[in-house]
Design a protein around this ligand. Structure first.
Ligand code: NI
Length: 403
């Protein structure tokens, strides 16, 4: 597919515009479901390109629809727009101007990259058979913005046949793209255990039921879920991340609260861990004369990359950047709400290397000093554009191959 290599050059030409967009978004970060400025900028950019725009989808989400010259399949490309509640420590001209809010997960780059892809695709509309949908979503960081947009029809009218998205990868170098077929990112659930005992004088523990001691037993017992109950060949994490109880040093409180996260890769293990977490919490509470109320919240599902679509991306990246650019990625216990899209349509989520070769240590996401090498931005735009065009060029199954 000779159009692919030409895209690399075209993306480099519009690179300065992509970088400018990224810096503008970076300087004005917005938290989940508050991405009004970002969404307005995205909608304006798309309209300037003559792209049909639907805004206010799932609160602040924006959908662009690029209809090709002839009919065909529909492919969706997705970016997320939300920032994190972190105070930026980088001293750069485009540093966050909003105290306590920072694009520390690279969603500014995702949005700018997809705007770059929008431009490349709009310029090639005459060559497109089918439709490209551009999804700019709110609230990836825990707010399930993708699910909200699905509920408001992002996958319908026209129905989406495949979906692709990317995330910056602070461990991989610029020019690398990491892929993994099958289950790639974990399901993420959260829990709160409220332990109720009986408060009392700290010097008379026999007259109280100490919920802190009950909680300590519970934390220890929960460690056995992964070490003694889940198969050693199945990835799983149970972390108690918060323990709160008491106000002073001489009063036994009546209540203690544990909060944490559960990460799993299979539905069976997910159910097993939830069921046993409830039994362990309630069993230990009962044995120690307390009660435990368990609130278990099901979060993002496992992100599943369709092997056929991963192969498509692998071929595209190989042609754009050379076969050595593709690196295999192991499963990670992080979660991603693009998984809601990939639950419904086949597709692939790829990780774009953004580490500068001169950096001796990576600058990890979700930290106050996260940053990326902007040379990765046009590469990302070229990869997404080429992937969409390659998917549509294959045509429907039975009409020249199909994916
Ligand atoms: Ni992210």
């Amino acid at each position: 597919m000779s159009f692919i290599r030409a895209l690399r050059e075209a993306a480099e030409e519009i690179g300065p515009g992509i970088v400018a967009d990224r810096r503008d978004i970076h300087a004005h970060p917005e938290l989940g479901y508050q991405e009004r400025r970002t969404a307005a900028m995205v909608a304006a950019r798309l309209r300037d390109l003559g792209i049909e725009v639907r805004d206010g989808v799932g609160t602040t989400g924006v959908v662009g629809v690029i209809r090709g010259r002839s009919p065909g399949r529909t492919v969706l490309l997705r970016a997320d727009m939300d920032a994190l509640p972190i105070q930026e420590e980088n001293e750069v001209p485009y540093a966050s101007r909003t105290p306590g809010v920072m694009h520390a997960c690279g969603h500014d780059a995702h949005t700018a990259i997809l705007l770059g892809a929008a431009r490349l695709l709009a310029e090639r509309r005459a060559e497109i058979a089918g439709t490209v949908k551009l999804m700019f979503q709110p609230a990836e960081e825990g707010g399930a913005g993708a699910l909200r947009m699905i509920e408001e029809g992002v996958l319908d009218d026209p129905p989406v046949d495949a979906a692709f998205g990317l995330h910056v990868d602070a461990d991989r170098y610029v020019g690398q793209v990491a892929l993994r077929a099958g289950p790639a990112m974990a399901a993420a659930d959260s829990f709160t255990i409220t332990i109720t005992g009986r408060g009392g004088h700290a010097a008379s523990p026999h007259r109280a039921v100490d919920p802190i001691v009950v909680g300590a037993q519970m934390i220890t017992a929960l460690q056995t879920l992964v070490s003694r109950e889940v198969s050693p060949t199945e990835p799983a994490v149970v972390t108690v991340a918060s323990l709160s109880a008491g106000t002073t040093d001489n009063v036994i409180p009546a209540v203690a609260t544990l909060r944490g996260t559960v990460r799993t890769f299979s539905p069976e293990v997910r159910q097993q861990v939830e069921a046993r977490l409830r039994e362990i919490a309630q069993g230990i509470a009962a044995a120690m004369r307390a009660t435990a109320e368990v609130s278990y919240r099901t979060g993002y599902p496992v992100l599943h990359n369709d092997p056929a679509q991963v192969e498509l991306v692998r071929a595209v990246v190989g042609e754009l950047l050379g076969p050595e650019a593709v690196v295999e990625r192991g499963p990670v216990m992080g979660a991603e709400d693009f998984a809601f899209i990939l639950q419904r349509v086949p597709g692939a989520y790829l990780h774009l290397g953004v580490r500068n070769a001169a950096w001796t240590v990576p600058r990890p996401v979700h930290t106050a000093t996260f940053d990326l090498d902007e040379a990765a931005l046009p590469i990302g735009a070229a990869v997404l554009t080429a992937t969409a065009l390659a998917f549509l060029a294959k045509g429907p199954p039975g009409h020249g191959g199909g994916a």
